[in-house]
Design a binder for this molecule. Structure first.
Ligand code: PLZ
Length: 456
């Protein structure tokens, strides 16, 4: 009786899944290993896995795999299922929409859901100016469109991106992404008129963290002046907290200084909030924390709880500079994905997930700070809300130690905790639980992480 109750709930998913860690096989287990073999024969090698357990259900703070293991989720599918996997409001709206109609193409015959998502974007993103949005399928596509819009609106071509930036894997966004392996190696030539500036990375700023804000702004604006010319710059694009590059949090006032510089030269400031947006950092958008109002903002990931949806939202005069027919795509703003977004946004509002994100940060930071003091291998604990990372370094300095980061991640996986790594040097462990995770699982996940360090 007990077993059938478990298997019924395990086959459904959502928050009703037992919120427990349960490791019943080695990880990955035999069923996952068999599926992995099938995968090797048919799926391209270039697509990698952090942890090759095949998932059959997920919800709240857990992922259940084909072998019956229940893993604690500190990854959220890379910061996507913030509202929780198979969140009830999302499931309900998606099911109803799929039964109603699945596609017309908004460019052929429009539908209300697209408009409602754009209204929500206008309401939730920073700034009370007049806004417009366009909906797309992926983060990379949103970034591509933001650049198209900025170039069209300004009549300029140059775009400035930063060290450690990640903006996607398409041709233009590869050019914006900083890291070569694995994203760019062998995939050139890349798009032109992209310029790279140093990032205000306090831990690694040559002049030290105290001088970072002022010196970084000097170097960046100087570089733009001497190497590009302010009047040639269409846009500066920045992640308010860098994601794949290592959860790099710039010093307070840096983003505001950058925004001020952009404003004085008519440069479009694009905030890439694809990873930081939708309550992840404890506000609806990470820019809010700094009081910065970007001209354009790109969103994806958390917006639709896992269905493919992305957006560019920005000042009406910039967005509407583009001629009729200049923006679009077959699937952009698909009605089922829009229904998911409305369910996810409703969940964030109803369950105060921004508040939950702040709470998650409040639980994590003290424990991780203590861990850093004890371990001697953690150069920095940083992040905001439920976007927290630990940067692993060789003892006594700040030399990146990706091998230890990999070892800790692997130990966590074996124990049934999904954690991800990131960083230009591959030495950062990042923690991105669903915002709906319960406190017991959160604390248990942190204990597993601590044990992994103790075992080193
Ligand atoms: N901008 C800030 O974080 C996606 C990439 C995973 P897509 N980050 C996860 C991988 O290895 O491909 C991301 C991001 C920021 C843009 C993107 C791109 O979003 O939806 O993956 O295209």
């Amino acid at each position: 009786m007990n077993a059938s109750a478990t298997s019924t709930s395990a086959s459904v998913g959502g928050p009703g899944l037992p919120q427990e860690r349960r490791v019943v096989t080695e990880i990955p287990g035999p069923v996952s290993r068999e599926l992995l073999e099938r995968r090797q024969r048919t799926v391209a090698r270039g697509v990698s896995h952090v942890l090759p357990v095949f998932v059959t259900a997920a919800g709240g703070g857990v992922l259940v795999d084909a072998d019956g293991n229940s893993l604690i989720d500190f990854g959220s599918g890379i910061a996507v299922v913030s509202a929780g996997n198979a969140a009830p409001r999302v499931v309900e709206r998606v099911s109803a929409q799929a039964a109603q109609f699945t596609h017309t193409c908004f460019m052929v015959t429009p539908y209300e859901e697209y408009v409602t998502v754009c209204e929500e974007l206008a309401r939730r993103t920073p700034g009370d100016h007049e806004k417009r949005s366009v909906l797309l399928n992926s983060g990379a596509e949103a970034v591509e469109n933001a650049i198209k819009i900025a170039r069209h609106a300004t009549g300029r071509q140059a775009v400035v991106a930063f060290d450690h930036a990640y903006h996607g894997r398409t041709n233009l966004t590869m050019a914006l992404t900083a890291k070569n392996m694995p994203y760019k190696q062998g995939f050139g030539p890349f798009a032109g008129e992209i310029y790279r500036a140093p990032m205000a990375y306090p831990l690694r700023w040559p002049g030290g963290p105290q001088a970072c804000r002022e010196q970084a702004l000097d170097v960046i604006t100087g570089l733009i002046h001497t190497q590009v010319g302010e009047e040639n710059v269409a846009a500066v694009i920045i992640e308010p907290i860098q994601g794949e590059g290592g959860f790099i949090v710039p010093p307070p006032g840096f983003l505001a200084g950058l925004a001020e510089f952009c404003r004085s030269y008519g440069i479009v400031l694009i905030a890439d909030e694809i990873q930081t947006g939708f309550c992840r950092t404890g506000d609806w958008f990470a820019c809010e924390h700094e009081g910065v109002v970007p001209d354009l903002i790109t969103t994806a990931k958390g917006i639709a709880d896992g269905l493919p949806l992305a957006g560019v939202t920005g000042r009406a005069e910039l967005m509407d500079a583009v001629h009729v027919g200049g923006l679009g795509g077959t699937y952009g703003g698909n009605p089922v994905a829009c229904a998911a977004a409305l369910g996810a946004i409703e969940t964030m509002e109803a369950e105060d997930l921004a508040g939950r994100a702040r709470h998650i940060g409040d639980v994590m930071l003290p424990r991780l700070t203590k861990l850093a003091e004890a371990s001697g291998r953690i150069g920095e604990v940083r992040g905001r809300g439920a976007m927290i990372a630990i940067e692993i370094v060789e003892p006594g300095g700040i030399t990146p130690d990706p091998a230890t980061a990999g070892k800790v991640a692997k130990a966590c996986h074996q124990a049934g905790l999904v954690v991800l790594t990131c960083g230009t040097f591959g030495n950062v462990l990042r923690l991105l639980p669903p915002l709906v995770i319960g406190d017991a699982l959160l604390e248990e996940g942190l204990s597993i992480l601590e044990d992994a360090f103790t075992a080193l």
